[in-house]
Design a protein around this ligand. Structure first.
Ligand code: IPE
Ligand code: IPE
Ligand code: MG
Length: 242
């Protein structure tokens, strides 16, 4: 279905949606299940979210899967999460390809298990010519880490301080090839950045649904896009009213 075919969509569709997929642990806890069951459930809805982004005409979807701070969770949760990512990869790559989605990664691949690194690299290679949706997975990602990495690279390359401006900094970030997010959704009722896209979010519109991530589906995504459609993006200006 093309974007025009859905009468529920507002006139302005966010080109880039970013999601802090939060609330897996509380979803599990509320059902008397272990936290890892929540993480597993939080991968089941991903397929319908990706499908809905393609349906709505969204061009870039960035999902926060694992932060640089999440390494400080208990060892069994971290290793369980890594095993789940591995499974999701095996299960979803063909479907991603079928949807015409191009897989990308932002963050540090070097911090993770070699076999998973290789899978991610192969997935990126396999989907590189797909052009319906860019799926950016923020995995072992931290916004501050990204800025430190950018500064280091600029210094190593001997960039002239006189050439440093906002555009140049953006070009040194992991997100250099995609526009800044228009809409950022954080599920589960938490209202904070938690180190996500701290540079790129300067003028994003934020939406904070109460829903825990595993219960977030097409309808919740549509509601967030509709809320975005009512926002007035001013970028610091005063808008003249007709
Ligand atoms: C988000 O869910 C998933 C990851 C951080 C990997 P949480 O695990 O943070 O769930 P809550 O916030 O404890 O409910
Ligand atoms: C942010 O959620 C990271 C991801 C969703 C991957 P957290 O649950 O880790 O963030 P805090 O600890 O509540 O700030
Ligand atoms: Mg959380």
């Amino acid at each position: 279905m093309s974007a025009q075919a859905s009468p529920e969509l507002p006139d302005s569709i966010p080109q880039h949606i970013a999601i802090v997929m939060d609330g897996n642990g509380r979803w599990a806890q509320s059902r008397g299940l272990p936290r890892l069951a929540g993480h597993r459930a939080g991968t089941e809805n991903l397929r319908s979210i990706i499908e809905a982004c393609v349906e709505f005409g969204v061009k870039v979807l960035t999902i926060y899967a694992f932060s640089t701070e999440n390494w400080s969770r208990p060892e069994n949760e971290v290793s369980g999460l890594m095993a789940i990512f591995d499974e999701v990869f095996n299960r979803e790559l063909a479907e991603l390809n079928r949807q015409g989605a191009q897989l990308r990664h932002i963050g540090r691949l070097d911090g993770i298990k070699k076999s998973l690194q290789d899978k991610v690299r192969r997935g990126i290679e396999k989907t590189k010519n797909n052009d319906r949706l860019i799926l950016n997975v923020a995995f072992n990602y931290g916004g501050r880490d990204e800025i430190v990495h950018a500064i280091r690279t600029m210094l190593k390359e001997g960039v002239d301080p006189a050439d440093v401006n906002e555009q140049l900094v953006s070009q040194y970030l992991y997100t250099k090839d995609v526009p800044d997010p228009d809409l950022i959704i954080r599920t589960s009722g938490e209202h904070r950045f938690s180190n996500f896209l701290i540079w790129q979010a300067a003028y994003a519109e934020w939406v904070f649904p109460e829903t825990f991530w595993p219960d977030f589906g097409r309808e919740e995504l549509l509601a967030a896009i509709q809320e975005y459609g009512h926002r007035e993006r001013r970028y610091g200006r005063v808008l003249e009213k007709g």
